[in-house]
Unconditional design. Structure first.
Length: 92
């Protein structure tokens, strides 16, 4: 299952608060095209999504993203008023 770093969880939590979404909202990751991921904060999962929680935040994964990211770690790096996400392999 996809894991989050502390920084990624913090950034996602901030995004949800800034968007004024209700409790239970999360980051949705979907596959777009052959090698592109779409990330958005959403109030709830869409039909068919896998829901996971890590470091106190919720992530919704569409079926293709759930398969592609099963053994990955989502990280974030802050750049001023925005953040860049990256995906790495899980260690161990």
């Amino acid at each position: 299952m996809l894991k989050l770093t502390d920084t990624a969880a913090d950034v996602i939590g901030e995004m949800i608060v800034e968007a004024e979404l209700p409790e239970g909202a999360g980051l949705r990751i979907a596959v777009e095209g052959e090698d592109e991921l779409s990330l958005s904060v959403e109030p709830e999962a869409q039909s068919g999504d896998t829901t996971t929680q890590d470091h106190g935040v919720t992530v919704f994964l569409d079926p293709a993203a759930a398969d592609a990211l099963d053994d990955k770690v989502l990280d974030a790096e802050r750049h001023g008023d925005h953040a860049h996400f990256s995906i790495e392999n899980q260690q161990g």
